[in-house]
Design a protein around this ligand. Sequence first.
Ligand code: SAH
Ligand code: SF4
Length: 346
Amino acid sequence: MINIITKAEETHKLTKEEIITLLESSEFEKDLFEAADRTRNKYVGDEVHLRGLIEFSNICKQNCLYCGLRRDNKKVNRYRLEVEEILRLAHNASLLGYKTIVLQSGEDAYYNVEILEKIIKGIHDLGVAITLSIGERSEEEYKKFREAGADRFLVRIETTDVELYHKLNPGMDFDNRVECLKNLRKYNYEVGTGCMVGLPGQTLQSLAEDILFFKEIGADMIGIGPFIPNPDTPLREEKGGEFIMALKVMAITRLLLPDINLPATTAMEALNPNGRFIALQSGANVIMPNVSEGEYREFYQLYPGKPIPTVAADTYRQNLANRLSGIGRYISDEAGTSKAHIRKNA
Ligand code: SAH
Ligand code: SF4
């Protein structure tokens, strides 16, 4: 076991069987997390990149079985932010020092190319980087968003188990999702993908394949979090993912893709009050604090237990800086372009 961890740390390559062995065993977990932490330090350093997250619409035309925003969930108070409000939030975040804004939403066609161009250009003019997380769009749209100034795009593959994917995402097509990732690469976005850990029916074998998929497509950023059952979805009775397993998938991902950006996801925090800090010490180097305001914030519920800070955004940031310095880390004052992306463009 320890040999596998050493091999991963030295060569950044593992076979599927070796990954499964690591995932299966609860021995040497500490060694795995420490190896991932060393690799993070060696390749991307001690700086932590903050991304200001704006959840600008919870309206979604898709019906993913796991997600609280799915169109059949009638219990959601739906909202959409206007362009001016999004730009105002982005402006405030940039004043606080955020160098990247992440715009996330359901798949909401109201935001057509024209509207999104306005938003992207407006944020671009603030001098910050822009990440989109708005789901699947046509190649042409991805091209236009890029031209308008979008730098990065997140679209998780969710699971590489094709049969499971189609079961969980009715009306969606796995091949199209992969095609989206290819199109994003074509227009030279920093490409982010990722998966949920602990989906009903998901095997360790398929989790190992997820990690190898991240490597195969040459992702620049990977978001990994536990699946958390949402009481307002068809998966309400399911067991949900385990914190440690999600952490292991994250740590192995860091070992195999050493220079990517890897967020300590909010879902990790939902399962463990210290989850994001543990993740930051097991391979992660990014945090995405929410910079939205207003009561609609609590209506963006992909899963229950989402931590909502009770302090103002500036205090939150200062507290975070203090806590980070306690673990020998600091908030980066740069845009935090993925080093994997820079390497590929060199
Ligand atoms: N609509 C866009 C972006 C918003 S959803 C999209 O689907 O790409 C962002 C991510 O939330 C999804 O990719 C999924 O991995 C995660 N998510 C949704 N429901 C979840 C749940 N119940 N538990 C954990 N993560 C969830
Ligand atoms: Fe919509 Fe994304 Fe939720 Fe699926 S995961 S229902 S696409 S918001």
